[in-house]
Design a protein around this ligand. Structure first.
Ligand code: ZN
Length: 249
């Protein structure tokens, strides 16, 4: 099946320059296996950009034609220019989908859209993670088994300081005893946001089939709807003329 969506994968691209382990696991970039899997799953128009690209990969023209933005960032959140964060926020409010991965929980754009600190507990122990599907009827659960395991990953534990999600699709359990809301859905304006936890840079998580499936499902779920056009008011309230003649009280 082919999906005519324009998918933009924002891959920060900094670990890949400095860290040999990351270079060995992801020679073409941390998100490269995701781009490949999205293309193979029918999202032929998937492109990858990085922080070092012109306009940090987030030009007005690029975002204007993006249906779903996938975001992976970690060490350079602060370098993302605020004007581009404003631009991405506006596009989400207009209906662009946003899929935020792993350490993107602390990205400026995610914190902006959540309005909370988005902090959590973490431990880089390389033990296994078990993800349970807790909303099996949700589109993001399509094709998944009741649970799946990632052999080695970083631990993220509760409390995860996010607003109560509109849906929680996956919950992780970690060998150290923690749990975490690993697949969370939100609505902001006309846009849909999916946060998905797995993906630490020193483990080959993004080659795993189930992980790739969740991300492809997340892209499909977050894709813009075909409802009436959204008028971005820039925060202004809109005066409305009455639709029918009536006697003002
Ligand atoms: Zn990590």
């Amino acid at each position: 099946m082919q999906f005519p969506l324009q998918v933009l994968v924002w891959n920060e691209g900094q670990h890949e320059k400095r860290n040999k382990t990351v270079q060995q696991i992801y020679p073409h970039g941390i998100c490269a296996p995701l781009v490949e899997s999205l293309r193979a799953q029918g999202y032929a128009h998937t492109q990858m950009v990085t922080l070092d690209d012109p306009d940090q990969g987030l030009s007005e023209a690029t975002l204007a034609q993006t249906d779903v933005l996938v975001w992976w960032g970690h060490v350079a959140h602060d370098q993302v220019r605020d004007e581009f964060v404003d631009r991405v926020q506006r596009r989400v409010l207009e209906g662009m989908g946003l899929v935020v991965l792993h350490s993107g929980h602390h990205a400026k754009i995610f914190r902006r859209l959540m309005g909370t600190t988005c902090s959590l507990r973490w431990r880089e122990d390389g033990l296994h993670e078990r993800l349970w599907v807790v909303d099996p009827g949700h589109p993001i659960a399509d094709g998944l088994p009741p649970y799946f395991e990632i052999p080695q990953d970083e631990m993220y534990g509760e409390h995860f300081d996010i607003p109560t999600p509109d849906a929680v699709v996956l919950i992780s359990w970690f060998a150290g005893g923690e749990v975490f809301r690993s697949g969370c859905c939100f609505h902001r304006g006309r846009g849909k946001i999916f946060y998905f936890r797995p993906g630490h840079e020193t483990f080959p998580v993004y080659y795993q089939k189930e992980v790739q499936q969740v991300i492809a499902n997340g892209v499909r779920w977050a894709a813009p709807g075909k409802g009436p056009a959204f008028v971005y008011s820039g925060g202004e309230t809109l005066h409305a003329a009455a639709l029918e003649p009536y006697q003002a009280g």
